[in-house]
Design a protein around this ligand. Structure first.
Ligand code: SF4
Length: 213
């Protein structure tokens, strides 16, 4: 696991854009990086499925959204992946928010970055062919409600303890469900279809929420 990459991405989530970090914040960041290995328990489940086009469909689930039609236009298979940092991380965050809001905010950003890094590393072990980036519902114009159908398909509740709340968000909160197209090299994300483009804080700071290199 590349700790400096996790730190770099977490700093981006915290709104840093290269400016120096004060000693107290640096200390808290390093503390969180030291502790995350003990409190986060990465769990993952995935399945490979054939993809049907016209209309775009995965198993019994419709994927007829412009973003996905474009992303998967030359893919005939996908991997659906679900992962989480688990309930211990969730409990720790709840406690931290009560006793140390600053550390909780930093741990939250490090948790997001750590989850992405764990998932990226895991994907390298299971995907050897050309692939698209991992597309998560809620990005672009693809509704969060797709999370529910994908979680049921993978039986995330049984395998990794990941459930979907009434508002279609994931629980534990540091969890992710994504779809990866296979057979097409499209690993670069863009802001083109993102719903947040008008008000995006990353873009206002000259950054992007995703890796650009
Ligand atoms: S940088 Fe902002 S506009 Fe671009 S994809 Fe991320 S959230 Fe959306």
């Amino acid at each position: 696991m590349n700790i400096s990459k996790i730190k770099e991405q977490a700093l981006k989530y915290l709104g840093y854009q290269g400016q120096s970090i004060d000693i107290q914040t640096e200390k808290l960041i390093n503390e969180c990086l030291d502790e995350i290995n003990q409190i986060a328990h990465f769990k993952v489940v995935y399945q490979r499925y054939p993809l049907n086009h016209h209309p775009l469909r995965l198993h019994h689930i419709s994927l007829e959204y412009d973003d996905l039609i474009t992303l998967f236009q030359d893919c005939h298979e996908v991997i659906v992946i679900g992962c989480t940092l688990g309930v211990a991380f969730e409990r720790t965050m709840k406690k931290l928010y009560l006793i140390n809001m600053t550390k909780a905010t930093i741990m939250d950003a490090i948790g997001s970055s750590y989850l992405e890094a764990c998932c990226d590393e895991y994907e390298k072990t299971i995907i050897k062919e050309k692939r698209t980036f991992r597309f998560c519902p809620g990005y672009g114009r693809v509704p969060l409600s797709l999370n529910r159908e994908l979680a049921q398909l993978l039986d995330c509740s049984k395998h990794i303890g990941l459930t979907i709340q009434n508002n279609d968000l994931l629980l534990p909160q540091k969890s992710m469900i994504g779809i990866i197209g296979l057979g097409q090299d499209k690993t670069k994300k863009s802001c083109h279809h993102c719903k947040q483009i008008e008000h995006c804080q990353f873009r206002k700071r000259g950054q992007r929420c995703y890796k650009t290199n």
